[in-house]
Design a protein around this ligand. Sequence first.
Ligand code: TXA
Ligand code: MG
Length: 342
Amino acid sequence: MTKTAKVILIDNEEAFKSAVHEVSELLRNGGVAALPTETVYGLAANAFDPKAVERIFSLKGRPPSNPVIVHIAGLEMAHECVASWPNAAEKLAEAFWPGPLTLVLPRSGKIPDVVTAGGETVGIRWPRHPFIQAVIQTCGFPLAAPSANLSNAVSPTHPDHVLKSLGRTIPVIVDGGQSQVGIESTVLDLTVNPPRLLRPGTIRLDSLVAVVGKIETGNVVTNGVFRSPGQFPRHYAPKARLVVRSWGKDIELAPQLRAAGLSALRCHVISHKEIPSERGLGHVSVLPHDAEAYARAIYAELHRCDEDGAELIVVEAVPEGSEWQGIRDRLTRAAESSNSSE
Ligand code: TXA
Ligand code: MG
């Protein structure tokens, strides 16, 4: 019989406490566990234990060149992980931690090479989810945790997503229900001046600017190398080909798809504003026309498309506003990685 991960519910006080105990024990012994965070589920291991962190890389099939985020609980632990703590970090931590913001800072000697991909910087984040906070506090060490999915696939926002991709290879999945935020944290590099946004999330750029002043955006490619592997165009992709399209009340979608040679594919449409009512489009779903609620729902929708065996996912373009920036970023990457000619 194939082994399957144990799924632990934390839906009451007792279950929560006993799960904290069990998971902390596992992590202390160099094990890994999939844990809920407010953004997406993470695959966690002791960040100070290189062997444990290596296990995460091999389970995910993650290239060793892609550094992982270190999750802390409390500023004291943050200070243990970094070589310096600039004023900008203090102000951002005050404004956004615990929460979906990762700060890239010079690493301390305690952080092993495998965590930083050999680099001199480390990404740290104080997550808001009470379960992972309790585990970090109980362990007394920070947790390295990338999203709990196979490398390059869509991040999990529900324990079932983790179960489907890693259920046969990891021992434990803690079920914290649906992720509250739904897309990965904002990653901000504070080792450069001005700071640079490496990955947009749900925190608006203008909110970050209000705290630290000017912030650079856009990809940095030095000698063909991306500054942060999350900037690879190929990332966060469902199995199906994904295209982003706009259509209005009077503009039909089907002719657009036909013109692009896409009409014969098993299609799944994800709309949020204009719901296409034409025939022959396949499954049509409607997400909320609100950035926060949309972010919470989009990955589950992409996972569902994969499960349904969709060959083509047509996503209605999202608005230009800054609250949609993180979502636009993920959709663009998913589209680019699924079809370079689109
Ligand atoms: O919301 C999140 O950030 C989730 C939850 C589990 O915390 N984690 C997550 O991890 O999305 P991951 O490994 O899937 O994405 C981490 C991103 C990658 O794009 C990685 O390249 C970047 O953060 N990153 C990590 N450390 C870095 C560093 N030192 N310098 C530049 N980029 C870094
Ligand atoms: Mg990831």
